[in-house]
Design a protein around this ligand. Structure first.
Ligand SMILES: [Zn+2]
Length: 426
């Protein structure tokens, strides 16, 4: 879907709905705006239920100074105007009080976007604006002054966060990605020091992998069509369950011995459609499409494991707390966790680019899920459903252990119990 072709009213309603449903704002907090080509500023209204906005609620501050619409514009519109005046490249602004980012805001710390390469790529540099009274001209000045230094994201002292972009989707993705970093870092802190990536490691990610040769598919089998639908369904589900963000997470599924389908690079996961998926056949990818950057890794795993029919690489926040600290995620918690995941190897960052064969070698029927440090949770399965279940169980398991830490030390299942589970479940 070409989101940018929607009317600003529609874009604002859709993104506010996503922000609210994703738990990034309360019904009273948060506001968004778009500055259109003619200089009109479209903005969410003050004192209207954010969980139930419709396009007719959106207010317009026209370039010639009129205020159009049935409500008052958001009381924080002065800072929106101040940012647009200072930054000509900014055409959309998102402001929210997500709980995790407020935690950083009230401790006057910045979340580290270098915990995974993609987050740094999406958010860029993050700044901090000094406190001022909400809705005041002084707050507007403080925020605009900070944005004038070139940041894409600015945290507000004792308040929340403002993200900006050349369009609304970009500004939203920055909010969601920074919130992911904040949540992951908060969880990870209870495990130990958080490891962050160097400039070289980030640069390695930003260098696009060489494109695969392409081909024009002559036909699409029924099996392939069925898998397109299943993959889209699972990606939407993973997004709704916060196991993926709009810019993070790849799913692929084997069509036959020589082909698999994989999600594309750069398409918002919430809006993924069946035609966006990329067919890869004998090492060539469907023409005019851009497969996920993880395509090579998925290709190597399919080649090495005939029983694997689906691979998911995702950044679910609780399991990622282990990947960014390098601490082992112990699946010997409840029988379901151990039976579904078995022991979870932790492999070094960089192998996903330099040595995908080594990652493939770490996987087996008894090692169906692995963590790649500062990158991803990787699960495999005999079906899309099974790989998705493993991702869910990995994140639930991590969630349970992290939440158990303040209560008391984990008592793992003993060797005898593990042997009994292996005897029963293979
Ligand atoms: Zn606010």
């Amino acid at each position: 879907m070409r989101f940018d072709l929607l009317h600003p009213r529609e874009q604002l309603v859709q993104i506010m709905d996503r922000i609210y449903r994703y738990g990034l704002t309360t019904t009273s907090g948060g506001n968004l705006s778009i500055l259109d080509e003619s200089g009109d500023l479209w903005i969410t209204p003050a004192a209207v239920d954010k969980g139930n906005l419709s396009p007719g609620d959106i207010m317009c501050l026209t370039a010639d100074g009129q205020v159009l619409g049935p409500h008052r514009p958001s009381s924080e519109y002065p800072f929106h105007q101040a940012i647009y005046q200072k930054r000509r490249d900014v055409r959309a602004i998102v402001h929210a009080h997500s709980p995790a980012l407020v935690s950083f805001s009230i401790t006057r710390q910045l979340p580290d976007t270098r915990i995974i390469p993609q987050a740094h790529h999406v958010c860029g540099q993050v700044g901090f604006a000094p406190y001022a009274l909400p809705g005041s001209a002084q707050l507007g000045e403080n925020i605009a002054h900070t944005f004038a230094q070139g940041f894409g994201v600015v945290l507000l002292e004792n308040h929340g966060v403002v993200t900006a972009g050349s369009d609304l989707l970009t500004a939203f993705q920055r909010l969601e990605t920074l919130d992911f970093c904040a949540r992951t870092q908060i969880q990870a802190t209870s495990l130990g020091p958080v490891h962050t990536l160097s400039d070289e490691q980030i640069a390695r990610f930003e260098a696009h992998p060489p494109p695969l040769p392409t081909f024009q598919p002559a036909r699409h089998s029924s099996q392939e069509r069925a898998l397109r639908q299943q993959i889209c369904h699972m990606v939407h589900r993973a997004y709704e369950q916060r196991l993926m963000t709009s810019t993070e997470g790849t799913v692929s599924a084997r069509v036959d011995a020589e082909s698999f389908l994989i999600t594309p690079y750069g398409v918002d996961r919430r809006y993924l459609e069946i035609e966006d998926l990329v067919l890869v056949h004998e090492g060539r990818s469907e023409a005019d499409k851009c497969p996920s950057r993880a395509v090579k890794l998925h290709q190597v795993i399919y080649a090495g494991h005939p029983g694997v029919n689906c691979i998911i690489t995702a950044q679910s926040p609780y399991a990622m707390a282990y990947a960014v600290t390098g601490q082992p995620l112990d699946s010997r918690t409840i029988p379901e966790s151990y039976v579904v995941l078995r022991d979870i190897p932790l492999v070094p960052h960089g192998q996903q680019y330099e040595a995908p064969e080594q990652i493939s070698a770490a996987i087996s029927t008894h090692r169906p899920a692995i963590l790649i440090r500062n990158d991803t949770v990787l699960t495999t399965g005999g079906s899309v459903h099974q790989a998705f279940d493993r991702l869910e169980v990995a994140d639930f398991t991590a969630f349970s252990i992290l939440n158990a830490l303040p209560i008391g030390p984990l008592v793992p299942i003993g060797e005898a119990e593990v042997e009994a589970l292996e005897a029963k479940f293979g």
